[in-house]
Design a protein around this ligand. Structure first.
Ligand SMILES: NC(=O)c1ccc[n+]([C@@H]2O[C@H](COP(=O)([O-])OP(=O)(O)OC[C@H]3O[C@@H](n4cnc5c(N)ncnc54)[C@H](O)[C@@H]3O)[C@@H](O)[C@H]2O)c1
Length: 259
């Protein structure tokens, strides 16, 4: 049974802990860590067993096989290389942090040397299976249009407004909490410089909508994901939390579907 530690006790981690608690994922939750005491207290209220709290990152990683980061880009920058250097596999949700090429290269170098895995779930988008296959031949273009309510994007506009259009690299830096999906798509496919993103604030919607278009030698595909926001954190799509759970479940399941 895989032993998991959770870095961050917020929305996504609570979903994961519940899934473990209910036996949906056959993993053991060994420890959690959060810089915010209130988040830790809320976390333990949600599940039937009390999970030990780590006081620092060294304690968090100690007895686990895999650390799941569901905290912040800052946490990835601060802890990702430490976690890998201590010989633990790592799952990353705050994928925007990996737009820092130096950091990501270092992480991959350590993982390769120590024979570890870095897992990056699809998160709130659909279509990475297609990208993974399509990139084995030439890809001409990858585009993503992300449409969210202005409140979710932290802006106040009264009509549909394009807030950013250009390479995903710039979009990830401008909206670090809202466009993790563009980072995932970019890193999985043709890179953040060649992946084009449009971020649109739309006061008429209450869902986080991502439209992806990929064209290449294989042909082309388009996916549209209309996400219901998580009840506890509207910035996070429910599908993102479910995707984290599905990634963990896939590690434990005998049969694996999809590319
Ligand atoms: N990949 C995706 O598609 C996707 C989708 C949604 C959210 N996310 C990202 O996943 C992460 C978690 O999302 P969430 O909804 O659970 O957020 P959340 O705000 O509900 O919870 C994050 C928790 O992490 C803690 N935290 C933050 N930085 C920390 C640090 N340096 N050390 C220790 N604890 C720290 C916070 O105190 C908080 O309790 C966020 O970065 C979010 O942007 C990714």
């Amino acid at each position: 049974m895989i032993k998991i530690s959770l870095l961050g006790c917020g929305n996504i981690s609570r979903f994961i802990a519940n899934a473990i608690d209910r036996g949906i994922i056959k993993c053991k939750l060994v420890k959690v860590f959060d810089e915010n005491q209130a988040a830790i207290e809320n976390f333990n209220k949600d599940i039937s067993v009390t999970v030990p709290i780590a006081d620092n990152i060294e304690e968090l990683v100690k007895d686990s096989d895999l650390v799941v980061e569901a905290a912040s880009q800052g946490a990835v920058k601060e802890y990702a290389t430490k976690i890998l250097s201590s010989g633990k596999n790592l799952m990353i949700m705050s994928v925007g942090a990996l737009a820092d090429d130096t950091l990501f290269r270092e992480m991959k170098k350590i993982a390769k040397k120590k024979k570890l895995k870095i897992y990056i779930p699809s998160g709130a988008i659909v279509g990475l299976d297609g990208v993974n296959a399509a990139k084995l031949v030439n890809i001409d273009s990858v585009e993503i249009t992300t449409r969210k309510n202005p409140k979710t994007l932290g802006v106040d506009v009264k009509e549909e407004t394009v807030l950013y259009e250009g390479p995903a690299l710039g979009g990830v830096k401008k909206f670090p909490k809202s466009v993790n999906v563009a980072a995932t798509l970019g890193l999985a496919g043709v890179g953040l410089e060649r992946t084009n993103i449009r971020v649109i604030a739309d006061p008429n919607i209450d869902r986080n909508i991502h439209e992806i278009r990929v064209k290449g030698e294989f042909g082309e595909f388009k996916t549209i994901t209309e996400n219901v926001p998580s009840p506890q954190n509207p910035k996070t799509s429910w599908l993102a939390a479910l995707s984290a759970i599905a990634t963990l479940k896939k590690m434990c399941d005998v049969v694996q579907f999809g590319t």
